[in-house]
Design a protein around this ligand. Structure first.
Ligand code: G4P
Length: 282
């Protein structure tokens, strides 16, 4: 399976990110809890060096909690602050302000020693497309978000959201690209729906997902769709089509429709909470 990407705006996005990062104390990096490594940008550690770092395992509601905990531990050992969040439902959001203060305590202490008191921490949200950046900013800022407007000394046009007296957040997230040249990464991002379906063959993708499920979550498809085991992924898709009455012209199996249904069920958590990569491999 080959993935095509359209890296047209990548250079511009990276340049903007480099500019914005100069203005901030803390990088809040969102990753997808189902694929915490594949949904990271390869340059982010270089871009974010010398900044306080917070990783949010977003969409944690869709990933297995034991792996969410294992990944939290993995990133903590690497020196990141970590929070499991569900931006859509607000899970974990309340703890964020406290964690930001903790993540920036060295900077706050440095300021204090230099006689600078109560300067708010400035933060920026970054992540690859579709990881939940806008949803997170809305959940964190809520309705009360008051834009602070331009400030002297700050690049014109930047908007800061004052979260409270201690924290200001850049209102536009930094969009970064994943390790798109790696086909294994591309496949996982296609599973979770980060790559547009139009550029992929749905049946081929669904067959890859069946193969993954058979290996890592045996029995789940069988019980969800009430079908017999089938080691051939295309055979399994046909069984799902049969079981769900996906038919064309009356009685022919519509495997394309079954593939769309399977991908949709997977992406929306209807196959259960599933994690696609595990810390021991990294
Ligand atoms: P982005 O800015 O990083 O590109 O991502 P965005 O916030 O647009 O979110 C992408 C999709 O992910 C949205 O779904 C959003 O609702 C969903 N999402 C964000 N955070 C979470 C989370 O913690 N858990 C779950 N389950 N979903 C999350 P969508 O399909 O585009 O829209 P809709 O389903 O909300 O209508």
């Amino acid at each position: 399976m080959h993935f095509q990407w359209y890296p047209g705006h990548m250079t511009k996005a990276k340049r903007m990110m480099q500019e914005n990062i100069k203005l901030i104390d803390l990088v809040i990096e969102l990753v997808d809890a189902r694929v915490p490594i594949s949904s990271r940008n390869p340059d982010i550690d270089e871009l974010g060096k010398n900044k306080a770092r917070l990783i949010l395992l977003n969409k944690s509601d869709l990933a297995e909690d034991k792996w969410n905990d294992a990944w939290s531990e993995y990133f903590r050992e690497k020196g990141f602050s970590v929070v499991k969040v569900n931006s859509k439902k607000g899970g974990g959001i309340k703890s964020i302000n406290g964690v930001i203060q903790e993540a920036c305590k060295e900077k706050i202490e440095r300021d204090r020693k230099r006689g600078i008191l109560n300067r708010p921490v400035r933060a920026m949200v970054v992540g690859i497309p579709n990881v939940g950046k806008s949803t997170f900013i809305n959940a964190l800022a809520g309705k009360a978000c008051a834009k602070t407007g331009n400030k002297p000394g700050v690049t014109k046009g930047k908007q800061w959201i004052r979260l409270n007296k201690n924290v200001e957040l850049l209102d536009t997230p930094g969009i970064l690209w994943p390790r798109f040249e790696d086909q294994a990464v591309g496949l996982k991002l296609a599973f979770i729906g980060s790559i547009k379906d139009e550029i992929l063959q749905t049946e081929e993708l669904a067959a890859e997902l069946v193969t993954f499920m058979n290996k890592n979550y045996p029995g789940v498809l069988e019980s969800k769709y009430n079908v017999e085991e089938d080691t051939d992924p295309y055979g399994m898709i046909a069984r799902i089509a049969e079981s769900r009455h996906c038919l064309v012209r009356g009685n022919e199996l519509d495997t394309e429709k079954a593939s769309v249904l399977l991908m949709d069920d997977f992406r929306n958590g209807r196959l259960g909470r599933l994690t696609l990569e595990y810390p021991d491999a990294y």
